[in-house]
Design a protein around this ligand. Sequence first.
Ligand code: ATP
Ligand code: MG
Length: 398
Amino acid sequence: MKDHSPILPGATIGFLGGGQLGRMTAFAARSMGYDIAVMDPDPDCPAGPMASRLITAPYADADAAAELARGCDVVTLEIEQIPLATLEAAAALAPLRPGVDVVHMIQDRGRQKSWLHSHGFPVGPHRIVESEEDCVDAVRTMGASIIKSCFGGYDGRGQARVSDHVEAAEGWHTVGAARCVVEGFLDIADELSILVARQSDGSCSVFPPARNHHVNGVLAWSVTPTGLDAAVERDARALGRAVAEASGIEGLLAVEIFLLHDGRLLVNELAPRPHNTFHATERACATSQFEQLVRTICNLPFGDTTILDPTAIANMLGDLWTSGTPEFTEALSVAGVRLHLYGKKSARPGRKMGHLSGVGADYAHALVRTLDAYDALGGAPADRRSMEPHAASARIRP
Ligand code: ATP
Ligand code: MG
């Protein structure tokens, strides 16, 4: 029998993973009166200062996960790359939300794709390959492709883009994984994402969609509301909700979606946790994604997800620190803009250090303010190419 009784403030929430997603969730949990325990391999992890108890251990350490869970009323996670034995060790001692099975399905890109396909959800052409020969053959069939490692990739890492089968062998070796998914390169008009909160009793709450712009496979900025046609948003929300329901997740499920030029919606990938494309909910919505995760795993009523203020965010990567500290003062002089830093001690290129958020009268206003502030930081200027949606349907306003 599942336990749907509320886990009330005063209880302790455990986190497998103490990165920025854990940190921001911990802020929300702390402000609601929960205590925090964290397990992370890095003693300087961003969520460390939020925790009463910090266990420094690699994710493969199942005993450390058991130690974490022993002192917690519920355990959640902010990273899906956690070995099964570790998830099971935590789940044996405290409710683990999201569940073990859904994380296991998502953490292998190939298993995830097969699950989506077999459940009838729309995905692009792909093939799971386990050798250079298979990989070359798959690219010969599909043409321009992206080779993605089944395990461990994020922010476009563990991937290689190849234009034909001649480049495929080199791509296979660049990725350097034993198992990959080869995906045909898609004609994407716009990218959007859906975030669903689902509780153990099956009830769901869906956030308004976010529209996202990536540069070199890494999220550059995101905006809510999307500016897309209402019918596109409705279909995307229904798709995201259906995926969450089929997955049986208890927690947050982010569903990354591609809108193609021909109008089709395809699922790119899933994440069983808060998502970078919903950081704007801290300011856009009556309830942030972080608070919603706390409410969801504690069996409390869902928070209202109504949009209060159109909001954009722009990611700040370590590259901005190459010639010293970014010009925060300049950025913060832009009206409506706030700074969010994750407390990371070293700024490596490509590392997510923080983000800017900006509110405005509508999505375009919020985005202009946020990107103006980003440019004021003094790094390479923001990529403004997708500020207006590309999809033809998005331009047909009722
Ligand atoms: P993240 O951790 O940021 O979600 P990731 O490393 O898991 O990223 P993906 O989500 O697979 O990587 O891809 C990152 C981005 O690369 C996508 O958002 C999209 O912009 C582009 N991309 C991925 N797959 C394809 C594809 N099949 N065709 C065209 N572009 C793609
Ligand atoms: Mg992605």
